[in-house]
Design a protein around this ligand. Structure first.
Ligand code: GDP
Length: 695
């Protein structure tokens, strides 16, 4: 018969993982009793070890779902907390400490929690049993305890002692049974005493005749009867002072002590038909639990079938019966990400790198031109530079003179461009473009709903790029080194530069004009801008003398308006200069590279183009191809092989939609599995019944 209980307890455990539905469980034995009634001692006598939290004022705050698993062939005894993943604990004092910690973790203000602690104990010395230890009833609330504690404990116990659970009501022999809180609570929910086992502890503390009369109590007669026990651990046996807590097995010591007591009093002799002793209690518990569980098999089976029908329906309607597991979801997501990454690698090659770099260098060229050619060394408040027409200065320059200012200017500008750290700049521009694209791919992938994966991919890509960039930027710098000393241009390169820089200047002109327009709107219209600008021009021309430094406004204009006005003047001048320079570049003078000193825009553009060509070739070969090769492999390592089952589950469940889908699949699978087990169980039960009737 024992096989049956074991199986049923296993199924009970499985059902616990399906969910906390009242009808979806098999009954258990619920242990209640007031504080100090000897409840812990009884449980420890059954287990054979001290393992429950004790000590001054230690109130159990959470139910303990204690599953005892009989392992006849194993010597080792151990406990495990399935929810904590601490592994097998062979030291029972560690179990005791863990339980104490779990109890203390419930805030005192909450009093008690109805979230049970699961504890499984495997041992050859325990019967197969499923017990639930509840907080002991308290009579008087301690000074440092919340006043509602008493009520909360009663409520918690009430919830657990409902049918079909079996109630193990613990009362001490030295307290009047009429005052037993456990029996009173049990009587409320089981008035006819059909599913309550009475345990009278501390039998040794009263006269044997009185003890016997307790076991024969008629006031609250129990169909399952009363059992008397003496569960005190004798001094020196495990719990005694000579041993440290929880070390050895105390079963034999208790049994010896108990049987010595009962056999020394004739009142407890077998012919008196009173039930005494822990050993008998254990037998009774096993028998009652098996009967009760077996009796619930049918209703529980039906409840499971109902739940399964619901889950199957949901699976069909909501998910079109699409199978899903955390692993398959991850694998598919990773594949589809790698697929989109491959698509990206095909669309982002040397040409795209070139565009990026050229654009970056165009900006650098514009900056250099602005600093070295187009600038006018005055500010708003100083006299204006007399020469404002670059075309006229260009005409006057002597291009043949060796030390011509224009030659020096162009050489130094070109050197500034080649020495600005193109290696580092180009590498980092391309690396950040790659990183931006990866972020874009993530945002448009399934991984967007998964912070964990998002981070893993971002980190993988940053790490690879960082690693590659370090060497690549140095090597690239070496590749462009020759240009730092000498730059020879072909006619075709000159022509190309001329064409390109015209486009760049036109674009820049558009930008400056658009900025002017925006500023105009901000300042309140063209007329206003004109007024402010003409005032600033007059200050610059010396026609108007500012008092002080103009802080606080001047000429009837506020400080804010003046500063916007200065911006407007700057932009107007920039627009003027760019227009002039476009004319210059387009002019015949700039058609030939011989006039390079007077056409710095064209020359610098051609240099930028040479640098770009070297860099794009190098970066395509070194950065892109290596990154494209390494990233998918790194992703496999970080999101594929490298993840544990737990991590995969956690990952998949980050997406609430997937979590719901997985839950339905899991629930359905579990229920199907449990149902099959139940079916097997019922066959086993029928076989055993037939065997018994044949005997
Ligand atoms: P709980 O608060 O209900 O869990 O009670 P405990 O199991 O901690 O027991 C309370 C006290 O009663 C402890 O000091 C035990 O040693 C003692 N005790 C428990 N069972 C017996 C027993 O059968 N006989 C005697 N004399 N003392 C017992």
């Amino acid at each position: 018969m024992m096989m049956l209980t074991k199986k049923m307890i296993e199924i009970r455990g499985l059902l616990q993982t399906v969910g906390q539905s009242d009808s979806l469980t098999l009954p258990s034995i619920v242990v209640i009793g007031s504080q100090s009634s000897g409840k812990s001692s009884v449980l420890e006598a059954i287990v054979g070890h001290e393992f429950l939290p004790k000590g001054h004022n230690m109130v159990t705050r959470r139910p303990i779902e204690l599953t005892l698993v009989n392992t006849p062939d194993a010597h080792a005894e151990y406990g495990e907390f399935p929810a904590l993943g601490l592994g097998k604990l062979t030291d029972f004092s560690q179990i005791q400490r863990t339980l104490t910690d779990l109890n203390l973790a419930v805030p005192a203000s909450d009093c008690v929690s109805d979230d049970p602690i699961q504890l499984r104990i495997h041992s050859p010395n325990v019967p197969d049993l499923s017990l639930i230890d509840l907080p002991g009833y308290i009579q008087v609330v301690g000074r440092d305890q919340p006043p509602e504690l008493k009520e909360r404990i009663s409520q918690l116990c009430e919830k657990y002692i409902r049918a079909p659970n079996v109630i193990l009501a613990i009362s001490a022999a030295d307290v009047d049974l009429a005052n037993s809180t456990a029996l009173r609570a049990s009587r409320k929910v089981d008035p006819r005493g059909e599913r309550t086992i009475g345990v009278i502890t501390k039998m040794d503390l009263v006269e044997p005749e009185r003890a016997v009369s307790l076991l024969n109590d008629k006031k609250y007669a129990l169909r399952l009867g009363y059992v008397g026990v003496v569960c005190r651990v004798p001094a020196g046996a495990g719990g005694g002072k000579l041993f440290h807590r929880g070390s050895g097995n105390i079963q034999n010591a208790i049994a010896k002590n108990e049987s010595a007591y009962f056999s020394s009093h004739v009142e407890f002799a077998p012919e008196e038909h009173v039930e005494v002793g822990t050993r008998n209690l254990k037998k009774k518990l096993m028998h009652v639990l098996e009967q009760t569980m077996a009796a619930s098999l049918k209703t529980t089976s039906e409840a499971i079938q109902r739940e399964l029908a619901e889950a199957t329906y949901e699976f069909k309607v909501q998910y079109n019966e699409r199978p899903l597991s955390a692993e398959s979801y991850l694998a598919e997501s990773l594949d589809s990400f790698k697929h989109s990454f491959r698509g990206f690698t095909e669309s982002f090659g040397r040409r795209e790198v070139r565009e990026l770099l050229k654009h970056e260098l165009d900006q650098q060229v514009l900056n250099l031109l602005a600093q070295r050619y187009w600038n006018r060394p005055f500010d708003d408040l100083s006299p204006p530079f007399p020469e404002t027409d670059p075309l006229s200065s260009l005409a006057k320059a002597d291009p043949e003179g060796e030390d011509s200012i224009w030659k020096i200017k162009l050489d130094s500008s070109s050197a500034a461009l080649t020495k600005l750290g193109v290696g580092r700049l180009a590498t980092s521009v391309v690396a950040s473009a790659l990183q931006r694209n990866i972020e874009f791919l993530i945002a448009n992938s399934r991984f967007s709903a998964h912070p964990f994966a998002r981070q893993a991919i971002t980190e993988a890509s940053t790490a690879i790029l960082k690693d590659l960039s370090y060497d690549i930027s140095d090597e690239l710098e070496i590749c462009i080194k020759p240009y730092k000393y000498r730059i020879d241009l072909e006619d075709s390169e000159w022509a190309k530069g001329r064409e390109n820089v015209t486009a760049v200047l036109k674009e820049e002109l558009k930008v400056a004009e658009a900025a002017s327009k925006r500023l105009e709107e901000l300042m309140g219209g063209r007329k206003k801008v004109k007024d402010v600008m003409s005032f600033i021009d007059r200050v610059r021309g010396g026609q108007v003398v500012l008092e002080g430094d103009g802080v606080g406004g001047a000429g009837g204009f506020s400080q804010a308006l003046l500063s916007k006005g200065r911006e407007a003047v700057f932009l107007r001048d920039r627009v003027d200069i760019i227009k002039l320079r476009i004319l210059a570049v387009k002019s015949k003078q700039c058609a030939s590279r011989k006039n390079k000193y007077h056409c710095p825009e064209v020359f610098l553009d051609a240099v930028a183009d040479k640098l770009t060509t070297t860099a794009d070739l190098f970066l395509d070969a070194e950065l892109l191809s290596k990154f494209y090769y390494q990233l998918p492999r790194e992703l496999d390592a970080r999101l594929g092989r490298g993840l544990s089952q737990d991590e995969i589950d956690r990952f998949a469940r980050e997406d609430p939609k997937i979590k719901r889908h997985l839950d339905v699949v899991r629930r359905k699978d579990l229920l199907e599995h449990v149902l099959k087990e139940m079916e097997g169980l019922r066959q086993l039960e029928a076989r055993e019944k037939r065997a018994v009737s044949r005997r």
